[in-house]
Design a protein around this ligand. Structure first.
Ligand code: FUB
Ligand code: ZN
Length: 609
C-alpha cells in the first residue's frame, strides 16, 4: 500500500539508549526491586505456570502432551519478561540476565516454524491452523510482543537472535496481510506499534506499511464482534482517524492509539495525529481517574461513558495504565507538549506502581480507588483478594517489569535546540545537539521534596535551551539560574531557559509538592462532595489501618494539612494528617503504597460536605 509518506512529525527525539540514567531516589529504588526481586521471581512463575513449557513443547523439546498452560496469548508473558530482561542489561551487565536471554531466545527460536510463524497455542492446540479467529485469537498480539522484545534486545544488548526471529515472522505477516492478500486486523491491537518499532530498528519500510494498513483497515467492519460486544469494543466501529472518544476494551484501545500515533508520526499524517490528540484530550477530561488509571468498567475491562468513574467499582487494569503511558510518550515526542508528560507522571506514580507490591513480588491487576468495610473478594483480581503472586491471565506483572526496566528512557528528550527534562529524579543526562554535546546532572529528593537542581556538566560554546517541565499542579513554582531568579510564568508548560551555558551552571527549580486538596469534576456523580489529597505527583489515600475512626463514615473538614516524614513506614513515605469533621485527625498515605500492610477499607476520595 502506498504510504501517505511525507515528513516525520517529531517535535522531540528520544535520547540514545543509556544517555539518561536514573542514579538514585524513588524510581531507582523501585527499579532495583524490579531487577533484584520481580524479574527473578517472574522467571520462576513462568516456569511454574507452564508458560515456558508451552514453548518447549512447541519447539519439540518436550512431548506435546495434552494440555496448554494459561491463556491462548500466554507466549506474551515470556516476551514481556524478555523485554524487561533486555532493558535491564542496558544499565548493568548481569550473567544471570544474559543467561536467561540466551536460553529463552534459543527456545523461542526453536519454536519458530520454517516460514517464520510462531505461536505455541496455535501449534499445540489448534493443530497449526493460523489466523482462523482474528477477533479472539490474539495471534498478531502475540507477534507484536515478540517484535517488541526483539527490538529491546537489539537496542539494549546488541543481541540480534530474537530480531532475526521477529523479522522472519514480520516478513511472513507482510506476505499474509494487506490489500490483495488477507484483509484483516487483530481483535487485540499491539502489532501496529510493534511493527513501527521494528521498522525503526531495521529500516524495512514494509513493516511501516503493514502497520499503516492495520491502522487504516480498522473501523471498516473487518472484525465480527463475538458475544455481547459490538464493534466499538474492538475499536472497529469507526476509522481510527474519525474517532474522538476511546471506546471498548481499554488496553486494546490504548495500544491501538499508541500504534496509530507511531504511524501518524512516521508517515507525516497530521490529520491522524490531530484525531488522536483529540481522543487523548477526551480521555483525560472525562475517562481518567485521579490516579491516571483508565478503563472504569469491569465488564469487558472497558472504558465507560464520559465521567463514569466510580471509585469503588474502578477496574483500572495495570496494563491499561501502562498503555496510557506508552501513548502519552508518543504524543509527547510528536508535539513536545508538557501535558503528555504530566499524565505520564501521574500514571506512573499512581496507577502503574500501585500494581506491584513494595517487595516487588505481588501484583494488582485491578487498581480500585475504594474498598468498603466488609467487602468480599469474588475474583482473583479483586482488590480485597490482595495483590497476587501471579494470575491465570498474567498480562500485568511482566508489563510492570518492562515499564520499570525502561523508565530511564522517559525522563528526558532532545531536539536540535536543546534538552527537555520531563520526569524528575536523581539522574545523569547526555544529549547531542546541533551545537554539540550536552551533559546534565539532576539532584533531587522528588517526589518527597520539590527542589530539583540541574547542573550543567557539559555544554557547547553556543547557546541552547534547557527546558524543565512545570507540572500543571505546580502553580507558584520558582526557578533560578546560578542564584538569579527566573520568571517561570504559569504552570502546565515547559520552562525554557535559553543561554550560553557553561559547565557548573546550576538551575534550581522549586516545585510546590506540599499537600493539597483536590475536588472532583461535578459530573463524576460517584464522588460529588468529596475531596482527595495530593502531594506533587502523588495521589494519597486513607487506609483503615491508620485511622481510629471508621473510614466508611469519615468526613474531613477544612483546616491545615500536616505532612509527616515517615522514613520507617512503607519504604519511606510522607504521610498527611487531615482534620476529620469530628475533630480527630485522619492519616493519608501515598496511594501506590496501599495494601502493603493489610488489605482493608481504603479510599482515595473522602466526604468533605
Ligand atoms: O487480551 C490480552 C490481555 O488480557 C488484555 O490486554 C488484558 O486486558 C487481558 O484481558
Ligand atoms: Zn494486564
Amino acid at each position: 500500500m502506498p504510504l501517505r509518506a511525507q515528513r516525520q512529525i517529531a517535535a522531540r527525539r528520544p535520547l540514545r539508549l543509556g544517555a539518561a540514567t536514573i542514579t538514585g531516589g524513588f524510581w531507582h529504588d523501585r527499579r532495583e526491586t524490579n531487577r533484584t526481586s520481580t524479574i527473578p521471581a517472574a522467571a520462576r512463575r513462568l516456569e511454574e505456570a507452564g508458560t515456558l513449557r508451552n514453548l518447549r513443547r512447541a519447539a519439540g523439546h518436550e512431548p506435546a502432551g495434552d494440555g496448554f498452560a494459561g491463556k491462548l496469548f500466554a507466549d506474551t508473558d515470556v516476551y514481556k519478561w524478555l523485554e524487561a530482561v533486555a532493558w535491564e542489561q542496558a544499565r548493568s551487565a548481569s550473567a544471570e540476565l544474559a543467561e536467561w536471554q540466551k536460553t529463552t531466545n534459543a527456545l523461542v527460536e526453536a519454536a519458530q516454524e520454517p516460514d517464520g510463524y510462531l505461536n505455541s497455542y496455535v501449534r499445540l492446540v489448534l493443530g497449526g491452523q493460523r489466523f482462523g479467529d482474528l477477533e479472539k485469537g490474539h495471534e498478531l498480539y502475540c507477534a507484536g510482543h515478540l517484535l517488541q522484545a526483539a527490538v529491546a534486545q537489539s537496542r539494549a544488548t546488541g543481541d540480534h537472535t530474537l530480531l532475526a526471529v521477529a523479522t522472519r515472522f514480520a516478513d511472513l505477516l507482510c506476505k499474509t496481510f494487506g490489500p490483495g492478500r488477507t484483509e484483516g486486523v487483530d481483535g487485540h491491537p499491539l502489532i501496529e506499534m510493534a511493527l513501527v518499532e521494528l521498522y525503526r530498528e531495521t529500516g524495512t519500510s514494509a513493516y511501516l506499511e503493514l502497520a499503516s494498513y492495520f491502522v487504516e483497515a480498522r473501523g471498516h467492519g473487518l472484525l465480527e464482534p463475538p458475544g455481547h460486544h459490538g464493534p466499538a469494543y474492538f475499536q472497529d466501529h469507526l476509522p481510527v482517524r474519525d474517532v474522538r472518544t476511546l471506546t471498548g476494551h481499554a488496553v486494546r484501545a490504548l495500544y491501538l492509539a499508541a500504534g496509530a500515533t507511531d504511524v501518524a508520526v512516521e508517515t507525516g499524517d497530521q490529520e491522524l495525529l490531530d484525531a488522536l490528540r483529540s481522543s487523548w484530550q477526551t480521555m483525560v477530561e472525562s475517562q481518567t481517574y485521579l490516579t491516571g488509571g483508565v478503563g472504569s468498567r469491569w465488564y469487558g475491562e472497558a472504558f465507560g461513558d464520559p465521567f463514569e468513574l466510580p471509585p469503588d467499582a474502578a477496574y483500572c487494569e495495570t496494563c491499561a495504565a501502562i498503555a496510557s503511558v506508552q501513548w502519552s510518550w508518543r504524543l509527547l515526542l510528536a508535539t513536545g507538549e508538557s501535558q503528555y508528560a504530566d499524565l505520564i507522571e501521574r500514571t506512573l506514580y499512581n496507577a502503574v506502581i500501585s500494581g506491584v507490591s513494595l517487595t516487588g513480588r505481588e501484583f494488582f491487576y485491578v487498581n480500585t480507588l475504594k474498598v468498603r468495610n466488609n467487602a468480599f473478594a469474588d475474583d482473583q483480581r479483586s482488590a480485597v483478594a490482595g495483590r497476587q503472586p501471579w494470575f491465570g491471565t498474567a498480562c500485568c506483572p511482566p508489563n510492570v517489569m518492562r515499564t520499570l526496566s525502561s523508565l530511564d528512557q522517559l525522563i528526558a528528550t532532545s531536539d536540535d535546540d536543546g534538552v527537555q527534562v520531563h520526569l524528575y529524579a536523581p539522574a545523569t543526562v547526555a544529549a547531542e545537539l546541533a551545537a554539540g554535546s550536552v551533559g546534565l546532572e539532576v539532584a533531587t529528593r522528588y517526589p518527597w521534596h520539590g527542589r530539583v537542581t540541574v547542573t550543567v556538566t557539559g555544554s557547547p560554546a553556543q547557546p541552547w535551551t534547557l527546558a524543565l517541565r512545570l507540572p500543571a499542579w505546580a502553580a507558584g513554582c520558582t526557578a533560578s539560574v546560578n542564584g538569579i531568579a527566573q520568571p517561570t510564568g504559569p504552570a502546565g508548560r515547559m520552562l525554557e531557559l535559553r543561554r550560553t551555558w557553561t559547565v557548573g551552571d546550576e538551575v534550581v527549580l522549586d516545585l510546590p509538592v506540599g499537600a493539597r486538596r483536590t475536588v472532583p469534576d461535578d459530573r463524576i456523580d460517584s464522588v460529588r462532595g468529596c475531596v482527595a489529597i495530593e502531594c506533587g505527583p502523588l495521589v494519597y489515600c486513607f487506609e483503615q489501618v491508620d485511622q481510629d475512626l471508621v473510614l466508611d463514615a469519615a468526613a474531613v473538614s477544612a483546616g491545615d494539612l500536616v505532612e509527616v516524614e515517615r522514613p520507617d513506614l512503607l519504604g519511606g513515605v510522607t504521610t498527611v494528617e487531615v482534620p476529620a469533621r469530628d475533630g480527630r485527625m485522619l492519616t493519608a498515605i501515598p496511594y501506590y503504597a496501599w495494601a502493603n500492610r493489610e488489605v482493608g477499607p481504603m479510599t482515595v476520595w473522602i466526604d468533605a460536605r
